[in-house]
Design a binder for this molecule. Structure first.
Ligand SMILES: Nc1ncnc2c1ncn2[C@@H]1O[C@H](COP(=O)(O)OP(=O)(O)O)[C@@H](O)[C@H]1O
Ligand SMILES: [Mg+2]
Length: 251
């Protein structure tokens, strides 16, 4: 069965960077099939991975609400499934699905049920599914993502960031779906940040699994609009993610 990994935290803390680097590390060292799911409405995992996206799931679900979009004689569920398949971006290392923006008004129960079934079937084709989540963890609470084996809560290296990570942890505890291990990752750290933040970290109840230092190479690529996937092995961020992965039981 596929392992589900999710990455949570408020905007700007480094979720997408961490997800891309985690996938880079996993794919490099294991011969496994990976599906990345960008569940953040502010979607940019594709850029970090260097993949081109043509359509998001939200756009497609919106389209299926228009009866004229469905070819005459085609059952609606067949049409939705066919269009869902078209949103999957396939590449040599990693496939990608982009959820897209929030859904508009009206009832989406029917297409969401189809989406849930589609993802369940699709999931069985992969060894690992990694989800770059949105702040409210909606796709997990709605069970579009069926369960999570390993959850990484990301915080930047500020007291406010750590407190926010604590609130994300409370949200995770309140989810009705099963979540296995939950780890804290503090990103963009310099010098002694972790020691200074230790009291705040303790208050969250989260288990710190590692830190990712502020890495000038990450900033450089970001500035140039280049995929993070291409970071060299010696990058500080790459090394840090490697260590974090080794401390988990993912692969
Ligand atoms: N370790 C790091 N070193 C330097 N810059 C980083 C690091 N991690 C993230 N960033 C930068 O922080 C910003 C937000 O990161 P991003 O991963 O997009 O956050 P999120 O997905 O949580 O919104 C980006 O400009 C990114 O380049
Ligand atoms: Mg992001």
């Amino acid at each position: 069965m596929a392992k589900y990994v999710a990455v949570a935290g408020k905007g700007g803390v480094g979720k997408t960077t961490f997800t891309a680097l985690l996938l880079r590390q996993i794919v490099k060292n294991n011969n496994i099939s990976v599906l990345a799911v960008d569940a953040d409405p502010n979607a940019n995992l594709n850029e970090a991975l260097g993949l081109e996206v043509t359509a998001t799931i939200s756009e497609l679900l919106e389209e299926t609400k228009n009866p004229k979009a469905i070819p005459v004689g085609m059952p609606k569920d067949v049409f939705v499934e066919y269009r869902l398949q078209q949103t999957l971006v396939e590449s040599e290392d990693i496939d990608l699905l982009v959820m897209g923006g929030p859904q508009g008004p009206g009832c989406y129960c029917y297409p969401n049920d189809l989406l849930r079934k589609y993802l369940e079937n699709l999931g069985s084709n992969y060894d690992l599914i990694a989800v770059d989540t949105e702040a409210g963890l909606e796709h997990i609470s709605r069970r579009t993502i069926p369960h999570v084996d390993t959850m990484f809560v990301i915080s930047d290296s500020s007291a406010r960031g750590i407190r926010s990570a604590g609130r994300v942890n409370d949200l995770i505890k309140g989810l009705h779906s099963a979540v296995g291990e939950v780890y804290l990752v503090v990103t963009k750290t310099t010098d002694n940040d972790i020691n200074s933040l230790s009291e705040e970290i303790e208050k969250t109840g989260l288990k710190l699994i590692g830190e990712i230092p502020l890495d000038p190479l990450v900033s450089e690529l970001d500035l140039a609009g280049k995929p993070l996937y291409t970071l060299p092995d010696e990058s500080k961020a790459v090394q840090a993610v490697k260590k974090i992965l080794e401390r988990t039981q993912i692969f």
